[in-house]
Ligand binder design. Structure first.
Ligand SMILES: [Zn+2]
Length: 421
């Protein structure tokens, strides 16, 4: 038995926000209440900490199979546990691509053997994510895939998107899209604007994203399928989602910590600032902050995208897109959203828990009888992020050495402490 003492329990599902102890027995929550004592239980003191349902990262890259030099299922999930996540969803752009049930099963078997957190894989929408033919969607769902996407790039055409959606609608499977009009974005390495001109780097306009979001919303309206927009970065995209929600369409979206923290003016000639979608203009970033506050944004997702130094430590133009993200997500959300008084702690927890859970068809609650997947974090503890301490295999983040107020303290999966600070 494990007894979490003296924490502030925040559960968005039941709108709970109160000081209580949580007793865990046989992997489940046995009791929540004041002053619980259990003689033989291991006690975890959570004084001055938040005790929340397990945080879910619905968008990450674990690189296995095929990219094990940058990350493995083992190293990535250890990093996720350290970041306070109890479940992660790896994207299908591995080698081979996760476009059939045997790859999905292989990922799940590997995760069952070595992952400290739940792994819920996302399958490819099209074969090899080439945008030509549908992948084995139903078989992957049966094997355990929780959504489909061609992430890394958009679903290639409106026609293919329609086919994917027609297929996924009766399966009640969400279609996730990395929105980008490839013709407008072609060759761009950062967001187009005065700053890209100053740096002499080719930009991609914000419209490259929002045009594709508009297309996707219309196809979602045509098909009635569930659409989720990945890593949204532009005001225009947010407007499309806001309107879609008003129209009653099943459209959701996520924002990453780096997109609500940094802007294009922060970009230096350093590939740790190169990600796709690129860091947005100040106006776009402020729109994302509004969307996080007003409910338009459904989830915070890291888009944890590790790249081995050998590939990332090259000229900006030649470096791959992406940064790591598990271990700084909670701290950045506290810094940018909660300490900055933009959203409440309850809303922040919601964006990491019930928000993604609803999209993925999973449950998220801190309830007697529920599985004991719990994230404990501090809102006050001062610490500095050092990438050398990470169990992840890559170091590509612009946040190395950043000082934070608050962050993950303990991660509990199935009643077992898988990370403790
Ligand atoms: Zn993407």
């Amino acid at each position: 038995m494990l007894l979490i003492k003296n924490g502030r329990v925040i559960d968005p599902t039941s709108k709970t926000d109160s000081h209580a102890d949580v007793l865990i027995d046989k992997g489940k929550i046995a009791k929540i209440g004041a002053g619980i004592s259990a003689g033989d239980a291991v006690v975890l003191d959570a004084a001055n900490c938040i005790v929340a349902p397990g945080f879910i990262d619905m968008h990450c890259h674990l690189r296995e199979p095929g990219g094990e030099i940058s990350e493995t299922i083992q190293s990535g999930t250890q990093s996720a546990a350290r970041g306070g996540f109890t479940a992660v969803c790896p994207m299908p752009n591995t080698h081979p691509v996760n476009d059939n049930a045997s790859v999905t099963r292989a990922i799940l078997e590997r995760a069952a053997a070595i992952s400290p957190v739940h792994v819920w894989p996302i399958g490819a929408a099209s074969k090899e994510s080439k945008g030509e033919q549908l992948s084995e969607i139903a078989a992957m769902q049966q094997a355990g895939a929780v959504a489909v996407t061609d992430d890394g790039k958009p679903i290639a055409s409106a026609r293919l998107l329609r086919q994917v959606m027609d297929y996924c609608r009766p399966l009640n499977l969400p279609v996730i899209d990395h929105c980008e009009d490839s013709s407008l974005a072609a060759g761009g390495v950062m967001r187009e604007g005065p700053h890209s001109i100053r740096l002499g780097l080719k930009g991609m306009p914000a419209a490259a994203e929002s045009i594709c979001v508009g297309r996707d919303v219309e196809v979602a309206s045509l098909t009635g399928a569930r659409l989720h927009i990945a890593h949204m970065s532009a005001r225009g995209s947010l407007e499309h989602v806001r309107n879609a929600k008003r129209r009653g369409l099943s459209v959701t979206c996520e924002v990453t910590p780096h997109h609500f923290t940094l802007i294009d003016e922060d970009v230096r000639y350093d590939s740790h600032f190169k990600m796709n979608p690129p860091l947005a203009s100040r106006e776009d970033r402020d729109a994302l902050l509004e969307g996080l506050a007003d409910g338009t944004v459904d989830a915070i997702a890291t888009d944890h995208a590790p790249h081995h130094p050998a590939s990332k430590d090259v000229e900006f133009d030649r470096a791959p897109f992406g940064i790591t993200g598990f271990e700084t997500a909670i701290a950045l959300a506290l810094e940018q959203l909660v300490h900055a008084n933009r959203i409440s702690l309850m809303r922040m927890v919601e964006l990491f828990t019930i928000g993604p859970a609803k999209i993925l068809g999973k449950e998220s609650k801190l309830h007697t009888g529920a599985p004991a997947d719990i994230t404990i974090f501090s809102t006050e503890r001062d610490w500095t992020y050092h990438t050398v301490e990470s169990p992840g295999l890559s170091r590509n983040t612009p946040f190395d050495g950043r000082k934070f107020r608050g962050g993950p303290v303990a991660t509990i999966v199935g009643g077992k402490i898988v990370y403790r600070n």
